[in-house]
Write a new protein. Sequence first.
Length: 150
Amino acid sequence: MAVETKEYRAEAKFQRVSPQKARLVLDLIKGRGVQEALETAAFTKKRIAPVIHKLLTSALDNAKYVAGEEGIDLDVDNLYVKQALANDGPRLKRIRPAPMGRAYRYQRRLTHIVLSVAERQTNGSGLVTTVEEPAPAAAKKATKKKAGKA
């Protein structure tokens, strides 16, 4: 019986940064707890980091709002960054002057950033952990016989 966890997401579209540069910051926060991810985004020295911090705050606010509207018991301390994507947006084609009256074309890349947070699954058993049984005795006897022959 699998319990379905709800995802809460936020998007920032048409950001003036290449997806490759945005992924550098997103990879730092992916899979981390929300509080740790907010701190990481706040102290990262990349131009896109404040945008990602704002986006993560928005996803957290969305989670609080939707949980309140639907009457879901949400533990904010148990939220983590489930998904962090930087997809290609449209490209702006630009022209740069070049020597001898020529022109070089280049592209300004745009990014669509998607962040989703979800509540971490906890085992219903609380603090109890299960320990696996040691290997069966038959396997131990087989290894002793092989060692004795050598």
